[in-house]
Design a protein around this ligand. Structure first.
Ligand SMILES: Cc1cc2nc3c(=O)[nH]c(=O)nc-3n(C[C@H](O)[C@H](O)[C@H](O)COP(=O)(O)OP(=O)(O)OC[C@H]3O[C@@H](n4cnc5c(N)ncnc54)[C@H](O)[C@@H]3O)c2cc1C
Length: 419
């Protein structure tokens, strides 16, 4: 970028928000020759990035064919195509492993993490990338107002005003507001003429008021079938791992169903059903349990069941089936066994809601995608303005898809803002 003498106090590119997408954009713009300033309201950079993936950071999903990768973005893939054709999973691997010397490791379901399993290593890598290319930072600096000028922007903050030719907004969405993303960008962008779809939690744990579910808090069941019923009709069915919490259920399977469940909840009541033995038909399960009880006739039911279940689940099963844990296994009747089997195949409880934006991993909603040029990440509504990351109205599953979207949109905004 050519700098005019009279505009020496005007920064080439200002990035508002030093999170995942902002750091990628800032480092890339500086790498491509721009003078770059990041304004971040927190005292630290990449606060959300440091807690991603339960502290391990699911950095991407190892689907190298970007068209296959975009199959996970059914509503937005037609927009994202031109961005991902420039920068996708291969480029992310090259960036972290070759350029930044951060080895990656791909685990189940192609989820990729830093080999160190530390999200803070990813945060530090992004900060180092920016530092290597002389990006300047103003921390504890909250942007309050944006004003367009003839050839750029004036950015008002609690630390004074800053001017720039190109402005990248990467202030994130509403999910996990304690990390700094409190939706500030949506307000400015709406005032600047962008259409903003109302954000709602889309990857979020589910709540129930059923006490036996709460009592299982901390227990996880690695392989079960999860079904959701709306007004008694089965609407969603998935198989995988569920984590019980003190408010309801969580884990990847639940998180990835939560968007659809919240849609069902907006229409009426929703019930969840757990099948703890999804691959075993009821008759075979009944025979297995009969054999187990037969082998342990003199043992208490509760003790016999420890061969299959953790103690917390046995207590719940005993309560729901009304079979006391201290009854001898040999005394259990056929009816009681049938009740138990029916329960194991269909443990039901109502879903009363989602955990809301505070506990959400992703909130959908945001800037209307038709208002962005995805070849450059430039706003079609305002000149010299780039919009990236969670600000965009892109619904997607968990599994590294969000951060890849941030690396891609950040990289493209970085390259094009520096031109
Ligand atoms: C608990 C949790 C775990 C997650 N785990 C994963 C995972 O493993 N893999 C994955 O792909 N995705 C994960 N995600 C989603 C992923 O973290 C986000 O999609 C991503 O961080 C969004 O990046 P961003 O740059 O858009 O916004 P953020 O990373 O949210 O950054 C926005 C930044 O802007 C700053 N800011 C906001 N307003 C202002 C203002 N007025 N002035 C100055 N600065 C401001 C904020 O302080 C913040 O630092 C997770 C999310 C959460 C909440």
């Amino acid at each position: 970028m050519v700098k005019k003498q009279s505009l020496m106090d005007v920064t080439d590119v200002i990035v508002i928000g030093g999170g995942s997408s902002g750091l990628m954009a800032a480092g890339t713009a500086a790498q491509h020759g721009a003078q770059v300033l990041v304004l971040e309201k927190n005292a630290v950079l990449g606060k959300k990035l440091s807690i991603t993936g339960g502290g391990r950071c699911n950095i991407t999903n190892d689907k190298r064919d970007f068209k296959q990768f975009l199959e996970h973005f059914p509503q937005s893939k037609k927009y994202l195509y031109s961005a991902f054709a420039q920068y996708a999973v291969d480029e992310t691997f090259n960036f972290f492993e070759q350029d930044m010397k951060l080895p990656l490791e791909t685990q189940a379901r192609k989820r990729t993490f830093p080999a160190s399993q530390r999200a803070t290593d990813v945060r530090n890598t992004m900060v180092n990338f920016c530092k290597q290319h002389n990006v300047s930072f103003k921390l504890s600096t909250t942007v309050t107002k944006l004003t367009a000028t003839d050839d750029g922007w004036v950015v008002k903050t609690n630390n004074g005003n800053f001017t720039c030719h190109k402005l990248i907004i990467s202030t994130g969405g509403y999910a996990a507001p304690e990390t700094g993303s409190t939706g500030d960008g949506f307000k400015w962008l709406s005032d600047l003429g962008h259409t903003i779809a109302k954000p709602s939690p889309s990857i979020v744990p589910l709540k129930t008021n059923t006490t036996w579910v709460h009592s299982l808090s901390g227990t996880s069941w690695d392989y079960l079938k999860l079904r959701f019923y709306a007004d008694g009709v089965k609407k969603i069915q998935k198989t995988g791992k569920v984590l019980f919490t003190h408010f309801g259920i969580s884990g990847p399977l639940v998180l990835n169903s939560s968007y659809d469940v919240s849609q069902l909840l907006s229409w009426g009541s929703v019930e969840c059903s757990l099948d703890l033995f999804p691959d075993t038909p009821a008759e075979i399960l009944s025979k297995r349990i009969a054999n187990l009880l037969q082998k342990n006739v003199k043992k208490d039911f509760g003790n016999t069941m420890t061969e299959i279940f953790p103690k917390s689940i046995i207590e719940v099963l005993s309560e729901l089936s009304a079979i006391p844990t201290d009854i001898k296994s040999g005394e259990i009747t056929r009816d009681q066994r049938n009740t138990l089997v029916a329960l194991l195949k269909d443990m039901r409880f109502p879903i009363t809601g989602t955990m809301g934006l505070d506990r959400a991993v992703i909130a959908d909603g945001g800037v209307d995608l038709s208002e962005i040029n995805f070849k450059t990440m430039q706003s079609k509504v305002n000149p010299n303005l780039y919009i990236i990351g969670d600000l965009l109205n892109i619904n997607r599953p968990s599994g590294g898809f969000s951060l890849q979207m941030c690396w891609t949109t950040g990289y493209i905004a970085g390259v094009h803002s520096a031109m």
